[in-house]
Design a protein around this ligand. Structure first.
Ligand code: SF4
Length: 428
């Protein structure tokens, strides 16, 4: 079944020439319209909603250069995208000029988290700039192989809180169900890099039955979060079976899906899939966004379909050094999300997985970003900043300190402009 195992790497690259690169370079200097390096959210912002094109100009230019003979019917088919994922050094260097560091990392990635990038997402990656945020999230660097103090393969101790394989029961009333370990595109900072992409957690019925049995036997579980690997890379049939099984358990009130598919594989969000998902309400979705450049017209269409199917959409974003760790980028992201009806939900401090030091920022950076958003933009656009406590402690929310002291019964509060106000507090 599609999505159960890594298909053998094969990319039908129809043009391997770097004739594409002058186009990109010209575009960078402002000479040519389509380019992979101009912020997509900026363009999205300027286009009135009704006139939005359904294809990002970077994607159009990429297809012309590398897949000129692939018709829309194939390009827009999610299974074609999955089958043509770009996975090896040889394949990647057809699309980008690799830095020495990237090349060395790709040569040694071996048993570590595999590399895979959908052709669609590759179109958004700069061919020439190895520091481009989206490129940094999917192409490995040598720093991935350095183990720093405090890092661990499983920093959240998920394996210790797993009563059956592929199910994590940390909080009393909810469980995390890892439906499989397959993603269409692998993020280099993935918390579950010890699991995903290794073909060790199949979506086989016998394994999943064990997780359903556990949930059936545990009436305190009212909320099931499907994650993985990415649940939306399951076939419609398998996904419907999983959701049907969960819905047949009377005490399961809410089903949530955690996914990056709308961002890296928006072709998967078809009207058929949305009709399927609608049958299982109340169903919520957390979408993994990283950067405003991901907010393309394709992603806009995918999120519109999901929102129109009545699915409440939230975003989850990992704070990443040099990628999205500044206020301006984060503001562009949360504003683009709001326009797509995705509520910025969590901003995560990056988990200390092995080889993540180059991605991690000081916690103070996240607090500064939250402080720069709160009061300066819509309250709905301000995510909750959390650290998932190493050792399995669960999510701990962090806030800038707005309570500056007390004066008698009065609470002294600092507002978003730094001005001090009093609130007459009540006694117990
Ligand atoms: S999509 Fe999620 S599970 Fe998959 S590699 Fe990225 S962070 Fe990990």
């Amino acid at each position: 079944m599609m999505g159960e195992a890594e298909p053998p790497g094969s990319v039908a690259v129809l043009s391997t020439c770097f004739s594409y690169l002058p186009l990109v370079k010209g575009a960078e200097s402002g000479c040519l319209a389509p380019n992979r390096d101009r912020p997509a959210a900026e363009r999205l912002q300027r286009i009135p909603q009704r006139r939005q094109t359904r294809t990002d100009p970077r994607v159009r230019a990429f297809r012309r250069a590398f897949f000129p003979n692939v018709p829309d019917s194939q390009w827009n088919d999610w299974q074609w995208q999955v089958a043509h994922r770009i996975r090896t050094l040889k394949e990647i260097e057809r699309f980008v000029l690799l830095s020495t560091d990237e090349r060395a990392a790709l040569e040694t990635v071996g048993e570590k988290l595999p590399v895979a990038i959908t052709p669609y997402y590759m179109a958004l990656i700069s061919a020439v700039d190895s520091d481009q945020p989206l490129r940094r999230t999917v192409i490995p660097l040598g720093a991935e192989f350095t183990v720093s103090p405090g890092e661990a393969e499983d920093p959240l101790h998920e394996d210790n809180q797993s009563p059956v394989p592929g199910l994590v029961h940390r909080y009393p009333d909810r469980v995390l169900l890892l439906v499989h370990d397959f993603c269409s595109t692998y993020c280099r900072y993935c918390t579950r890099s010890r699991v995903v992409g290794h073909n060790q957690l199949p979506s086989r019925p016998d394994r999943l039955e064990l997780t359903f049995d556990y949930i059936r036997r545990t009436p305190s579980v009212r909320d099931v979060l499907l994650s993985g690997g990415d649940p939306l890379v399951l076939s419609n049939e398998k996904l419907a079976w999983v959701l049907d099984e969960l819905r047949s358990i009377p005490h399961v009130e809410i089903i949530r899906i955690g996914t990056k598919v709308p961002v890296v594989l928006p072709q998967r969000i078809t009207p058929q899939l949305c009709r399927l998902l609608k049958r299982f309400h109340p169903l919520w979705m957390s979408i993994h966004f990283t950067h405003p450049d991901e907010c393309t017209p394709e992603v806009f269409t995918a999120c519109t379909r999901l929102a129109d199917a009545g699915i409440p959409l939230g975003s989850q974003t990992v704070l990443l050094r040099g990628i999205n760790d500044n206020l301006e980028t984060m503001k562009r992201l949360v504003h683009a999300l709001m326009r797509m009806r995705v509520r910025p939900y969590y901003l995560y401090q990056c988990d200390p997985i092995v080889g993540s030091a180059h991605f991690r920022t000081p916690v103070s950076r996240g607090l500064e970003i939250i402080e720069g958003l709160r009061g300066h933009t819509s309250g709905y656009a301000v995510p909750t900043f959390v650290i998932d406590a190493p050792g399995g402690g669960g999510k701990v929310p962090l806030q800038p300190n707005y309570v500056v002291g007390r004066d008698g019964n009065d609470l002294l509060l600092r507002n978003f402009e730094g001005r001090i106000f009093r609130y007459p507090d009540c006694s117990e």
